[in-house]
Design a protein around this ligand. Sequence first.
Ligand code: SF4
Length: 204
Amino acid sequence: MSDLELKMQVHRTALYNCRLCPEMIGPVVTGSPVFSPILLIGQAPGDKEGGFGKPFAWTAGKTLFKWFERIGLDEEAFRARVYMAAVCRCFPGKNPTAGDRVPNKDEIENCSAWMKAEIDLLKPELILPVGKLAISQLMPVNKLNEVIGKLHRVSFHGHEAEAIPLPHPSGASTWHRMEPGLTLLESALSILQHHNAWRQVCRS
Ligand code: SF4
């Protein structure tokens, strides 16, 4: 085992044992420990992901993986070749009105230490933040229309990378199913398809 692989193993053992946020509901959910040039960042797992032990394992994932399959990587290949992280790695619980609770500032801050460790280990060339909360960790975002469909240069936890923001594929969101979201999503996927890091993981 290389030094880097050992560090990744130590990191993931500590991450899986994290119980820092009292309102968060375990287990910790994160993707495969793949040394990829691409890092995907979701928001937080839903109530089903813990049972499957992997992110985007339910309905939103079906939509997300259809997008990636159209440009060359099916779900199995994507999970094996892209590191899948999230702003928070535990289920935040249900919102009393509808949907899942959005992680609070302290929870985001707590969990960002795990992200920083992964950035240090992976030094990703390309970051794919999925949904407004994830995108807002990398760049200011007022409206999704202003950031999706473009390639961005970002500095994230002291690391310089490129980022292609994507909308959240949740069925509760209509943004990616209506104009201008439809067209902007297609632009984002086209930029991704031609990106050097994507071509690299498709070949691997
Ligand atoms: S959300 Fe992150 S920081 Fe909070 S308990 Fe889960 S893994 Fe730990």
